[in-house]
Ligand binder design. Structure first.
Ligand code: MN
Length: 482
């Protein structure tokens, strides 16, 4: 019987998923792709046929690149109603986890137009389907081909066919579009929300403001929201148009077991007004990054328990060209006073080179020195230059500085890290909180403050505004003057 497999796996008094009923065929058949945060994130592709949804679980995000072949494992038919389902399948139930609609639309069965027309059911039997998808993300022709020579008959490949919608080079396609538009117009949220528009809403709703994020110093999520709202004018210019990784602590810094996420890919349910850019990662997977270009986006992410934002060193307009170089001075097992010595020496070397440089605390144990990069050359040249400076620094201070990558080889010396000057890597920007029990902030300093009594732990959420009130200009301003 149809939907028997679906029915047997589920308890409909517990799961919010639709009951196993046959649906009435739509004049234009539906397709849906659901982003399913089960024990492993995957994408469920479903095609309406014969009153049900024929279904495949695709472990990696479907791609518009014809060179990318996605494994698609055929699973049990789902009821037609499932095309509207989003929500949480409770723990302990089959497929427990969040389900969001990632893409949805209608489709055409291309093989129905052949001289010997083939239905979807016949195509599945034959192990070959071709469909034209009319989605927001997935557009154009796709083939589904059953893999041969597999014991498991369920393994198929999902492949974008060559046509006008194919995106062999997603960088060029996505970044130019997004860069020229301050707000996302192309992408809409999969699940429509009340505030879905291209402009941020006038007011945001914040949840669980009493939740304790930094138990050692009694700082709540409300405090964190207020910090970021107040510091936004200083922070946003450093984040604008940069892909970011968000460091999230859903339960705050509540012990070593507290969940801690590094999130690159923006969940599909984030509202449409959040600016975004879709870029391929090193392994060719597409990643949609949020762009923290306005206070509303910043606070939306903080409400999602983001503590720190880690932007790229380049902006969308020139993704292969960093606009600053970072020297990350990491004391490791060395005393902090040695880090001060190394920073001073590097400052001297940079002054000799007539290069502007900006100093800040990392917010953790070290110091960051940032130098504007105004050259046409990209990351490799920037990193080579930084490595050259680092080697001169080590030559000047062989007993306290090292560029040794491996901790065991550092011998209690200060590690001068320049390797993060690379595409896809990120740097801690000024004015963000760090996941440190004292709620420290990565704080810009003037060079005169670089003394043996410097104590980076003094710069925290509780003290930062007193300091900023006294400052007429941002010590990081040279990084922003383009
Ligand atoms: Mn699934």
């Amino acid at each position: 019987m149809a939907l028997e497999g679906y029915k047997q796996k589920r308890h409909f008094d517990t799961t919010p998923e639709p009951r196993p009923r046959l649906g009435k065929a739509h004049r234009r058949p539906l397709f849906v792709v659901q982003e399913h945060h089960a024990s492993r994130l995957h994408y469920d592709l479903r095609l309406e046929a014969d009153g049900v949804l024929k279904s495949w679980a695709v472990p990696k995000q479907p791609s518009l690149n014809p060179a990318v072949k996605r494994l698609a494992v055929q699973v049990e038919d789902h009821p037609l109603e499932y095309a509207n389902f989003s929500g949480e399948i409770p723990a302990g139930q089959y497929g427990a986890g969040l389900v969001h609609i990632w893409d949805k639309g209608t489709y055409e069965n291309l093989l129905a137009r052949q001289p010997q027309p083939q239905s979807i059911a016949e195509g599945i039997n034959a192990g070959h389907l071709e469909v034209h998808l009319h989605g927001r993300k997935l557009k154009g022709n796709f083939a589904l081909i059953r893999m041969t020579g597999r014991a498991q008959k369920a393994s198929w490949l999902l492949i974008k066919m060559q046509d006008a919608e194919a995106r062999p080079d997603p960088v060029a396609a996505e970044s130019t579009t997004t860069a020229s538009m301050p707000q996302p117009v192309r992408t809409r949220p999969a699940v429509p929300r009340a505030h879905a528009s291209s402009q941020p809403p006038a007011t945001l709703t914040f949840t669980h403001q009493d939740k304790v994020m930094f138990p050692e110093v009694g700082i709540t999520k409300g405090d964190v929201l207020r910090l970021y709202e107040r510091i936004a004018p200083r922070l946003l210019p450093h984040l604008r148009d940069r892909p970011i990784t968000v460091e999230r602590f859903p339960e705050g810094l509540t012990g070593t077991e507290a969940p801690h996420f590094w999130q690159k890919n923006m969940p599909a349910y984030y509202p449409a007004w959040i600016p975004r850019a879709t870029l391929p990662s090193e392994d060719g997977q597409l990643v949609t990054y949020a762009l923290v270009n306005n206070t509303a986006t910043l606070l939306y992410l903080v409400n999602q328990n983001a503590l720190t934002f880690h932007p790229w060193l380049s902006r969308l307009q020139h993704l292969n060209q960093p606009d600053f170089v970072i020297f990350d001075l990491d004391p490791g097992a060395a005393p902090f006073a040695d880090t001060v010595v190394v920073a001073k020496q590097l400052h001297t070397l940079l002054e000799d080179e007539k290069v502007a440089s900006c100093l800040k605390t990392s917010g953790k144990t070290g110091l960051h020195i940032m130098v504007p990069w105004r050259h046409a050359e990209g990351y490799d040249a920037a990193r080579d230059w930084a490595m050259g400076m680092a080697l001169r620094l080590v030559a000047a201070l062989p007993d306290v500085a090292t560029v040794e990558r491996h901790k065991t080889g550092r011998q209690q010396k200060v590690y001068v890290d320049v390797l993060q000057n690379a595409r896809g890597h990120h740097a801690v920007p000024p004015y963000v909180l760090r996941a440190v029990p004292q709620a420290t902030v990565s704080t810009p300093l003037v060079w005169a403050e670089l003394t043996s009594t410097l104590e980076p732990r003094r710069y925290t959420l509780k003290t930062i505004f007193r300091r900023l009130a006294r400052q007429k200009t941002d010590p990081m301003a040279p990084l922003l003057a383009c």
